[in-house]
Write a protein that binds this ligand. Structure first.
Ligand code: TXA
Ligand code: MG
Length: 362
């Protein structure tokens, strides 16, 4: 087992981190989205350590973080005008572009694909680390594969303690969900993963963008186009259900789950929490604020796991703008289990148990 240190970001800790990275070791660091598990992106051996530490399949490609547009050009075989415009509009920031890769990017980083995913983080800690290391950094989210992405250094510690030498603690990540991933490698732009840069914002710069069908559906995955989507993602230990319903539906489901001897919890909007009284619940968002939901989602799922919750009922958000990225993550955490309040509220008391068994809640 490796001894892991978790330290605040200082000039000294950055120099130490940079040295570890240059030696082919892993360092976890904050970004504006989630914490990343960084390695030298030009070193296949270092990238292999990422897969081992995360327990992640090695055909799932990694996002490479660079300091500026020149850093992107150094790794992309071509850099279309759309990429230039998007970079000017949104970078540094939570947008990742998939572009044809140069040969210097090892297959271990691209998952064997002819493309590479590139982004310029805006978080000061990430930027200072990139500068200190002087390397492009391959960095997926710093969680064990399948677990909710980490938005604090404490989350990284929970998953990576004993597996990596160093975690740089830059406080909670402001964004909370991973970057938007847009492919510019094909004939037309395709959104592969929604994030804090919304489809509408991208379209205002480069025109129409297709959404990959797997964003909100459990669609069959063309693994070459969107490799990350084929694996189970973001799942807490509890069974999650998305509830398209009222707080009354939530209360009824909660109470029936509790009566069946399981530990339920609710992920709900702040305005209605008082009505849910003493039931175990976390604030998911206020006033339909999807950015707040994005910021809180993974942290709430982890907190409810710590409370040994068995079943989580999470309130659905409209899947538009930033809400699209929240629903994309939430549906995966829920393995696409969606409950319709309309069906539930018509059910008689004696029918509810059977309905819940059918839905797999009980
Ligand atoms: O916000 C983020 O992007 C975070 C932070 C740490 O920067 N990183 C992150 O990386 O989320 P990761 O490895 O957990 O997610 C990588 C995503 C996956 O969905 C993967 O399929 C996609 O990017 N991806 C990476 N390279 C790709 C490629 N060449 N072609 C298509 N998709 C790619
Ligand atoms: Mg991830």
């Amino acid at each position: 087992m490796i001894k892991t240190k978790c330290v605040p970001i200082t000039e000294a800790s950055l120099q130490e981190a940079a040295q570890l990275l240059r030696k082919g070791e892993l360092v976890a660091f904050p970004t504006e989205t989630v914490y990343g598990l960084g390695a030298n992106a030009l070193d296949a051996g270092a990238a292999a350590k990422i897969y081992a530490a995360k327990g992640r399949p090695s055909d799932n490609p990694l996002i490479v973080h660079v300091s500026d547009i020149d850093g992107m050009r150094a790794l992309a075989k071509s850099f279309p005008e759309t990429a230039q415009k998007l970079a000017e509009a949104f970078m540094p920031g939570p947008l990742t572009l998939v572009l044809p890769k140069k040969d210097c990017v090892p297959d271990a980083v691209s998952g064997g694909l002819p493309t590479v995913a590139l982004r310029i983080p805006s978080h000061e800690g990430a930027r200072r680390l990139l500068e200190a290391a002087g390397l492009p950094l391959a960095a997926p989210s710093a969680n064990l594969s399948g677990r909710p992405s980490p938005t604090t250094a404490g989350h990284v510690w929970q998953d990576m303690q004993g597996r990596i030498p160093m975690i740089l603690d830059g406080g909670p990540c402001p964004g909370g969900v991973e970057s938007t991933v847009l492919s510019l490698a094909g004939p037309a732009p395709v959104l592969l993963r929604p994030g804090l840069v919304s489809p509408g914002e991208i379209e205002s710069v480069i025109g129409p963008v297709a959404l990959h069908p797997s964003i909100l559906e459990n669609a069959p995955i063309d693994s070459a186009a969107s490799p990350g989507m084929k694996y189970r993602h973001y799942a807490p230990r509890a069974k999650v259900f998305v509830l398209e319903g009222t707080w009354q539906d939530a209360a009824r489901l909660y109470d029936a789950t509790l009566s069946a001897g399981l530990r339920p919890a609710l992920l709900w909007n702040a305005e209605e929490l008082p009505f849910l009284e003493e039931r175990t619940a976390e604030v998911f968002f206020e006033e339909n604020d999807a950015s707040m939901a994005a910021q809180r989602l993974f942290a709430c799922l982890r907190r409810l796991d710590e409370k040994q919750t068995d079943v989580i009922f999470a309130k659905a958000l409209p899947p538009v703008g930033v809400g699209l990225s929240v629903m994309n993550r939430l549906l995966r955490a829920a393995a696409f289990r969606v409950l319709s309040g309309a069906n539930l509220s018509h059910a008689k008391e004696e029918e509810l148990h059977d309905i819940m068994v059918n839905y797999g809640i009980l």
